[in-house]
Design a protein around this ligand. Structure first.
Ligand SMILES: *Cc1c(COP(=O)(O)O)cnc(C)c1O
Length: 394
């Protein structure tokens, strides 16, 4: 199907077919895992488009095509991790350039910005991207990038992607969206004017908690050329076996996301009524500050739900996460199994306490990556853990 124009297909059809065509030599319906580092050449300069697997590998090429199609872009790139993908985008900047980003950023992204790239002369401004005046005030002639993450991790803040694209229009700034939380099933930033999409493929795209990978998609030819050169020059590519696993995972992305959304919604509503919970952070609620924008730019509210305990403290939070049985305590998200996390000590431990608390990442905040299990079992698990932890029996 690779020569077909896929733009008219629905998202589910794309999930099943994007990037993949039967293997030309055998007809194998699944893309073979090309475990090879090099390719035999018929003569000097006479090869079949593949010379060395850091540069190109057929399994990776199929996946990169799938990424591009899923995100409605022209060029896809696969990397060894989400952070390797980000690292590559940031390397297109020059000393003196400035980046505007959100104040509720994924911890690893914040660390990459502030402990690595800040040392190469790049300045980062962290602002509330829902406040367009604040974004405008942070922009100047050195601004080269607006780095958006929406929804954010873990507070589920929403940024209006087309508003960011409007602000960047006519300036030297380009808009990059970390689309990890939504996946291409729920949100396609390029359609809303973003210049680049990044994913931690580790999460929903892989979907089975067995691969660490990242990707970039863009239709900007000049930027794509730069990314291609950097990908080959720096070499943080994904291996063929991992690419195969993700090609396999993608085929059920639409089904998984549908269930993640249904379960997430049921759990958000249930927790909102629970006496041990002070607040549920989920963009599907009309009272959520980003609800209107999320309803406009997303096709569903996703499977990530965070909540603040009525007892907003470390001990109660630790007791809750120790007590759940189906929701297992682990970093990461987006897999078929439900996970529970404590951002203050886990994903956001690298963010200073006073910085994280400003955005609501308090000691009593708990984050759920709602999986695709039967929702009744998930609700029962949360109820017993909350009861146990808040009656002092924990
Ligand atoms: C996990 C994650 C990353 C980093 O991706 P890795 O694959 O872990 O390197 C970046 N952004 C978000 C929103 C994430 O959840």
């Amino acid at each position: 199907m690779s020569d077909t124009n896929h733009t008219n297909f629905g998202r589910g059809t794309l999930a099943v077919h994007a990037g993949v065509e039967p293997d030309p030599s055998t007809g194998a319906i699944m893309t073979p895992v090309y475990l090879t580092s090099t390719y035999v050449q018929d003569g000097v300069g006479n090869h079949k488009g593949y010379e060395y697997s850091r540069t190109h590998n057929p399994t990776r090429s199929a996946l990169e095509k799938a990424f591009a199609e899923l995100e409605h872009g022209a060029h896809g790139f696969s990397f060894a991790s989400g952070l390797a993908a980000m690292d590559t985008v940031l390397k297109t900047l020059q000393p003196g350039d400035e980046v505007i980003s959100i104040n509720d950023l994924y911890g690893g992204s914040y660390r990459l910005f502030t402990t690595v790239f800040a040392h190469y002369g790049i300045t980062f401004h962290f602002v509330d991207l829902s406040d367009l005046d604040a974004v405008k005030a942070a922009m100047n002639e050195h601004t080269r990038m607006i780095w958006v993450e929406t929804p954010t991790n873990p507070m589920m803040q929403i940024t209006d992607i087309s508003a960011m694209a409007q602000l960047a229009k006519g300036t030297n700034a380009r808009v990059v969206v970390d689309n990890t939380f939504a996946s291409p099933m729920l949100q396609n930033p390029l359609d809303q004017g973003a210049d680049m999409v990044m994913h931690s493929v580790t999460k929903y795209l892989g979907g089975h908690s067995d691969v660490v990978m990242g990707c970039l998609v863009t239709s900007d030819e000049e930027w794509a050329d730069q990314i291609r050169t950097l990908q080959n020059s720096c070499g943080a590519v994904s291996g063929p076996m991992d690419c195969f696993l993700v090609l396999r995972g993608l085929k059920t992305l639409h089904l998984r996301m549908q269930r993640h959304c249904e379960n997430g919604e049921a759990i958000a509503h249930h927790l909102a009524k629970h006496p041990a919970v002070a607040k549920v952070h989920w963009p599907g609620f009309p009272g959520h500050p980003g609800h209107e924008v999320a309803a406009r730019q997303m096709h569903g509210f996703g499977g990530m739900v965070a909540f603040t305990l009525a007892d907003d403290n470390m001990d109660t939070a630790k007791a809750v996460v120790a007590q759940t049985k189906l929701f297992t305590l682990a970093e990461s998200l987006g897999g078929v199994e439900s996970l529970i996390g404590h951002p203050a000590t886990m994903t956001h431990a690298s963010i200073p306490k006073e910085v994280r608390e400003k955005t609501g990442v308090t000691d009593g905040l708990i984050r759920l990556s709602v999986g695709v299990e039967d929702v009744k079992d998930l609700l029962e698990d949360l109820d017993q853990a909350l009861a146990h932890a808040t009656t002092g029996r924990g």
